[in-house]
Ligand binder design. Sequence first.
Ligand SMILES: C[S@@+](CC[C@H](N)C(=O)[O-])C[C@H]1O[C@@H](n2cnc3c(N)ncnc32)[C@H](O)[C@@H]1O
Length: 372
Amino acid sequence: MTDWHEVMRSVPRRSFTPEVVWADLGPGPWARIDRGADPDEWERVVALDQPLVTQFEDGAAEGEGLATSSLSMPAMVVRFLEQLDPFDHHRVLEIGTGAGWTAGLLSERVGAGNVTTVEIDPGLSAQAGARLKAAGYEPEIVVGDGAEGRTDGAPFDRVHATCAVAEIPYAWVEQTRPGGVIVAPYSAGFGCGAILRLDVLGDGTAVGRFAGSADYMVLRSQRPARGPARAWPEAGDRDVRISRTRLDPRSLPLGPGVVDVAVAAQVPGVISRFYSEPDGATLWVLDRDDRRGSWASVDYEPGANDFEVQQAGDRDLWDEVEAAYLRWVRWGRPGMERFGITVTAAGDEVWFDGAVPAPVRRARARGRGTCR
Ligand SMILES: C[S@@+](CC[C@H](N)C(=O)[O-])C[C@H]1O[C@@H](n2cnc3c(N)ncnc32)[C@H](O)[C@@H]1O
């Protein structure tokens, strides 16, 4: 297997890092690191095993809002590339060029002539192209919606998305040769996402398992609804149903990453937010696509026997999430590698030990190919 740490020594992250980046260096807002103003701090931060954000709000904001492009954490880059495991001469499609570092690593491994990288943001793509050229690599650089893959150059042996998906774009399956591999961060939106490795079969199907937690920025067209949790109750006048639960709601956000996969698999269309204070905490579960949709909140109070639940909308989202969590507990708290996905033209199906645990088939959404 390729020693990706060795490849990184030939293709260092610093060669692809912009002059200004933002990093999460502790409590408070993003730290802005400007190479011109503080070259030593820039070198120090670039060498950390931390993601470095390079863009917010698709370029419409600086240092605040939604992070929309980054150089990923090196340890995580290695974990994904190990799952991808390209061989000599393999043709590789990357979705999400970003700063160009992954494309550089892939070019070093299989040769730049075998690498195609797609980025939706023309400015980022141009800067990445310049950095790749300066580093001595000239892969095919495409500006476009990676959800459509790349028909030119297909079939690919490997497809690697470096932005997360809630639903695998079927074009990626169609454009990968039988026996080929798709590796992507998977993020249904509930808690943290996961590494997903899919093998492509020759019958229009791809199948594979999750391989650990990974939190990545989401493919533009698949981003969930935005806003703080309070935006859901504020979005419409709906009767709030009050009940109580004896399950400590922190069991979900503070549990192992597999909880997020297990709950998302059984309760489609739900995202979560967790706010923790020294004297309590609130877990919110929210309609993924629409702030006017269903929502629920559970308040944890230290020492209480049970906790207040508020629910509104068509679905009793907390009841669904609690039942899904306890079902996972009843299964014996299985690990993430026992969950997987089968992708067909009809949609994705999440499974547990090969069996579909609940109503989890997500029909392939129509007209979601274009990015917002
Ligand atoms: C985590 S960054 C990728 C990091 C990159 N691999 C690197 O080495 O710098 C994710 C990138 O995916 C891009 N992206 C988001 N949606 C996309 C889409 N639909 N098609 C192509 N790129 C997309 C973002 O603009 C962002 O640059």
